[in-house]
Design a protein around this ligand. Structure first.
Ligand code: 2HA
Ligand code: ZN
Length: 275
């Protein structure tokens, strides 16, 4: 089967285009990665073009040794992924130490994997471990409303989680663990990757102050849906704050406890503080 026609490549392209249409991927903003299943990697091996040159990842991810990833290319525009995927995305293989990668497909006009490769792979390593291998997608987007909120809310997990939960009843159902927040840091390196992956042990979504958000999930739909839900919640909160700095009424801590019973959820008490 042609690599481009596989279900996972098609799902990746659709998700990238969905994100572009949301307005989250100006210019080369954002990046996406998918950890291939063993069967998927096996099925396309005859069609891969293993390049001889290995490059350092910039960090060490021994938990992902020998795995294959579909990733967006550094400097590539999400807008162009659906137009010319083989130029914009790549499949990479990691070496047996989890320290180097090589390109096996894609980026046909040259280039490298996403500038946030270290963050993507460190998040994958954590999520593979804590979900028993279930999570396969890591997505970074420049979500407008979440970015705006990082200028006005205190940059802590407690405040962001509670405020976002309050903006729509389904929010705690979609992200019951809450969201993590990373204060402003230089993107593209190991330090921000270490901090983000530390929070990914606890959360499926991590906000980067004044920059955007990272989400993790089992498949393209749930990961995109998580990003979309959180970003919409941020949009509602900004609208509320724009009209009135105080809320006349809201979903209360007790309402959340009742919701948890009704939906069979576990909502951490740290987010159900009295205001
Ligand atoms: O430009 O989003 O964080 C790609 C990015 C870097
Ligand atoms: Zn970014």
């Amino acid at each position: 089967m042609k690599i481009l026609d596989t279900k996972f490549v098609q799902g990746f392209i659709k998700m990238a285009d969905d994100g572009y249409r949301q307005g989250w991927h100006e210019r080369n903003g954002g990046n996406l990665s998918y950890r291939l299943r063993t069967e998927e990697a096996e099925s396309i091996k005859p069609r891969m073009n293993f390049r001889d040159e290995w490059f350092p990842i910039g960090t060490s991810v021994p938990g992902l040794a020998g795995e294959f990833f579909l990733v967006t290319g550094s400097g590539k525009y999400f807008r162009n992924i659906i137009v010319d995927p083989e130029v914009c995305i790549a499949i990479i293989e990691l070496d047996e130490a989890g320290e180097n990668y090589r390109i096996c497909w894609g980026l046909v006009e040259g280039g490298r994997p996403t500038s946030e490769l270290a963050s993507h792979l460190m998040n994958h390593e954590v999520k593979k471990d804590v979900t028993g291998g279930a999570h396969r997608v890591i997505y970074h987007a420049h979500t407008t409303n979440i970015i705006a909120l990082t200028y006005i809310l205190p940059l802590d997990d407690r405040t962001f989680t509670r405020e976002l939960w309050e903006m729509a009843t389904e929010c705690p159902v979609v992200f019951p663990d809450g969201v993590g927040v990373v204060e402003w840091m230089v993107p593209g390196g190991r330090d921000i990757a270490v901090e983000t992956s530390r929070l990914m042990k606890k959360y499926n979504a991590v906000i980067w102050a004044h920059h955007g958000m990272f989400c993790s999930g089992e498949d393209f739909d749930t990961t995109f849906g998580l990003m979309h839900t959180i970003e919409k919640s941020a949009e509602i909160l900004l609208k509320v704050l724009a009209v009135s700095p105080v809320k006349r009424q809201t979903i209360t801590a007790q309402n959340f406890r009742d919701l948890a019973v009704g939906f069979g959820l576990t909502l951490p008490e740290e987010f159900l503080y009295e205001k």
